[in-house]
Design a binder for this molecule. Structure first.
Ligand SMILES: Nc1ncnc2c1ncn2[C@@H]1O[C@H](COP(=O)(O)OP(=O)(O)OP(=O)(O)O)[C@@H](O)[C@H]1O
Length: 253
């Protein structure tokens, strides 16, 4: 467990789908400037926990605390407005719009973050702000005026993460952010994850790619059959003990 006060905490979360118990009394927390890896085999309950944390689903029981205050989400929008950004596996950008238009897309209704203070932005200014913001989180795209359809898969993913990191105030949840990416592109994405930590965000990193989890996280929470089976600082895992913790074959961290 982290010694720091968690920014975001789930206590005793349970969720059933009919007869299937997807989550059974799960505790989970993440602190500012911490990257927590959430791992587990297919069907272990990771997506279900992400949905509870992001406001997409209401758990059957359990509580959520943001900065120590009890919160309840009735929609993902509420969680977003409270500073919790979620990048889903299938997050998509608008392919025909430019990088900068995508950076601002759908944000009109939100409680202003740092660029909200700028009010209405002319296109040119929007491009400049988008470029600067992507640069701040370590993302190099050829041009923020280029349309998303003209970027590589890795560049698109980096823009999607950059957008989430830029807008997140407190917590960022990344569901399989390096899925389907090559080595160089994955490295770019992991770099952005580290930039998010340096910004003081609380980062939740969900992945089946264990080398990435071992590289970028500070702590790992292993879910198995809907329960937390192992939780320890990343430094206490080897690739072998992590696989064993996930499969439950033997040993732990
Ligand atoms: N909408 C649903 N209806 C019924 N059962 C569901 C639903 N969503 C998930 N489940 C079940 O809940 C359990 C947990 O699923 P979940 O998707 O959270 O696992 P996961 O760890 O994200 O898996 P994966 O790595 O394959 O994405 C599984 O047994 C799954 O079949």
């Amino acid at each position: 467990m982290t010694a720091q006060q968690p920014v975001y905490e789930a206590r005793g979360i349970s969720k059933r789908y009919g007869n299937v118990i997807a989550l059974d009394d799960v505790d989970f927390s993440v602190a500012a400037g911490e990257v927590v890896g959430l791992v587990g085999d297919n069907g272990a309950g990771k997506s279900t926990l992400v949905k509870a944390l992001s406001g997409a689903h209401r758990p059957n029981s359990g509580e959520l605390y943001l900065d120590g205050e009890r919160v309840e989400w009735h929609s993902p929008q509420q969680a977003l407005e409270a500073g919790i950004e979620t990048l889903y596996q299938d997050s998509s950008l608008a392919p025909d719009l430019s990088v900068s238009a995508n950076m601002f897309l759908g944000r009109e209704q939100l409680v202003p973050g740092f660029w909200g203070k700028l009010g209405f932005l002319a296109n040119k200014r929007m491009d400049e702000v988008a470029s600067q913001e992507l640069q701040n989180v370590g993302i190099a795209v050829p041009s923020s005026t280029r349309s998303i359809s003209k970027l590589s898969g890795g560049q698109r993913q980096a823009v999607a993460i950059g957008r989430a990191v830029s807008w997140a105030n407190k917590v960022i949840i990344l569901d399989e952010p390096t899925n389907h990416l090559g080595a160089r592109q994955s490295a770019e994405v992991l770099h952005v994850v580290k930039a998010a930590r340096e910004r003081g965000l609380a980062v939740i990193f969900i992945s089946h790619t264990l080398p990435h989890v071992l590289e970028v996280t500070d702590r790992i929470v292993v879910l198995r059959l809907g329960k937390v089976s192992v939780e320890a600082p990343t430094s206490e895992f080897t690739p072998d003990t992590l696989v064993k913790a996930i499969t439950g074959l033997s040993g732990a961290a």
